[in-house]
Design a protein around this ligand. Structure first.
Ligand code: PHE
Length: 509
């Protein structure tokens, strides 16, 4: 007869005369107890072994039980203190008895209720009497506790000559714990003995069906291994495009769908493109050295279009138009040539609008970029030192705030966001200017999501643009917060990011 190897091992180890526990079989066969239990059930079904089940009860003392075994039960200690105070002769006051007993806190109540239950005496109106006949040292509860304490940690209940009621009482008092386990012992049946004598061998199980097995017909005889469809499989995390990148792609698709073309340009750029072209005065606080990430090498840009530099400088000094006003502050070309990481991608807009990047543009035009910008901010749940800005602008005759707001409503609606709010704002390069806010889906707080406006004459004229341009910079990370409910930008970005969240969040389309 052929059987799986675990069953063979059990059968060869089991005896017809002497029952053996599963644990004994497990150590004799060197198989895990679960495997032996499984094999034993299979063998029982085949009629080769018999299983006898017994419920085994083990008892352990709780910490409190062990303490009483050592120091005496609270009621015993109370009785002794009462005796010492003469309560066997006359009633004595309870307070001093408690003091003498050394009992504290909840133990006092435990002592008093058990004192009465065990008839050690009477407690009435704050006075105690003690029955001189009582013998607390022979108290069955105490004796049981002491017996348990003397034995090993776990005690087989059957081996303990203690009354069941006493054990019940001790269990109710929380002084011991009882645990029941099923112990299975195994004996060979007559059929088992017969099979053993006839000879059994371990069946080789087939794990995989092969073409040979099928064509040879051997499959007919083969014993197939069983599948464990409930086994835990290892989780394999494959690579994944970061949700920021995925959302950036989606934003790009959306803007392309709205008729925009993509801008490209340097991450490190001359201040001229980052600030001067935007009519940002050179003494503007945002241009101070601690707010920018300057480059050590190269420190300055080689090429700037000379006529543009001249026009930008004139706008800064004198303003534009007949009634124009400039800043009346110093303007230094060397300062404009200094290179830093861009704090916004409006530097790209300046490059494109000036004609420097892809030549002169005729209206209407729509351009965007979804790219990284760098700011020396203080890290907090909504600020990082770098983030993705969704830059965009529309060049056309006669643009108004309605077109600007309408564009945002159309854009955000495609991400399921319909409650954009606008607040008046100030930028040196736009007039009017608006900040955009959205409502955080879980906290309900207003989150700033972008900044926008209509570019001023002082910016557009030097760039050579003769019609209106409306423009904006939106934060991609803030859009994600509104879409997925993140509260801390550092969950998705940087060294502290939450990998589980990044793995599990699916970008919705
Ligand atoms: N540059 C602005 C910022 O970084 C965004 C902006 C771009 C505002 C264009 C108005 C016009 O916040």
């Amino acid at each position: 007869m052929q059987l799986p190897s675990a069953q063979v091992a059990v059968l060869e180890t089991a005896s017809a005369d002497e029952a053996q526990s599963v644990d004994a079989l497990a150590s004799a066969t060197d198989l895990p107890p679960e495997t032996v239990t499984g094999a034993v059930f299979e063998l029982e079904e085949a009629g080769l072994v018999a299983i006898n089940e017994a419920v085994d009860e083990t008892i352990t003392l709780t910490d409190e039980g062990a303490e009483y075994a050592d120091e005496g039960l609270p009621e015993t200690r109370f009785y002794e203190a009462a005796l010492a105070a003469g309560a066997d002769e006359d009633p004595v006051e309870m307070g001093p008895v408690i003091g003498r007993s050394g009992l504290e806190g909840p133990q006092v109540n435990i002592a008093l209720s058990n004192y009465a239950r065990k008839d050690y005496g009477v407690i009435d109106s704050g006075e105690v009497t003690a029955d001189p006949e009582a013998d607390p040292t022979a108290d069955p509860e105490l004796v049981a506790l002491e017996t348990l304490a003397e034995r090993d940690e776990e005690v087989d209940a059957d081996s303990l000559a203690v009354d069941g009621d006493v054990l019940d009482q001790l269990e109710r008092r929380g002084l011991l714990e009882r645990r029941e386990t099923t112990v299975r012992s195994v004996t060979l049946t007559d059929a088992g003995v017969t099979e053993l004598m006839a000879g059994i061998s371990a069946a080789e199980t087939v794990g995989q069906v092969t073409p040979e097995l099928l064509t040879s017909g051997e499959w007919r005889e083969a014993e197939f291994s069983e599948y464990n469809v409930e086994a835990d499989a290892e989780v394999v995390d494959g690579g994944n495009v970061h949700i920021l990148r995925q959302t950036a792609e989606r934003v790009k698709d959306t803007l392309v769908g709205m008729g925009f073309q993509e801008m490209e340009g340097p991450h490190a750029d001359a201040d001229f493109w980052i600030n001067d072209c935007l009519f940002m005065p050179q003494d503007h606080p945002a241009r101070t050295h601690w707010d920018r990430f300057a480059l050590e090498r190269p420190t300055h840009i080689d090429h700037l279009p000379e006529d543009l530099v001249e026009r930008v400088e004139r706008a800064h000094r004198e303003g534009v138009g007949p009634d124009g006003e400039g800043y009346n502050s110093p303007w230094d070309e060397d300062f404009a040539r200094a290179i830093a990481l861009r704090g916004h991608t409006t530097s790209l807009s300046a490059r494109y609008l000036s004609g420097e990047q892809i030549g002169d543009l005729e209206p209407p035009q729509r351009y965007f970029s979804v790219e990284k910008v760098y700011r020396n901010d203080t890290l907090d749940p909504t600020h990082l030192l770098e983030f993705f800005q969704i830059e965009g602008w529309v060049m056309a005759e006669d643009l108004s705030v309605r077109e600007l707001m309408g564009t945002f409503e159309e854009f955000y609606a495609q991400f399921g966001i319909h409650d954009i709010e606008f607040k008046p704002h100030y930028n040196p390069y736009t007039e009017p200017s608006f900040e955009l806010f959205g409502t955080h889906p879980t906290t309900g707080e207003l989150v700033e999501i972008g900044n926008s406006g209509i570019f001023r004459e002082e910016m557009l004229e030097p760039l050579g643009v003769e019609c209106d341009v409306m423009a904006w910079g939106l934060a991609l990370e803030r859009l994600l917060m509104l879409m997925y409910g993140f509260e801390d930008i550092r969950d998705i970005h940087g060294t502290l990011c939450d990998l589980e969240l990044l793995r599990d969040t699916e970008v919705t389309y």
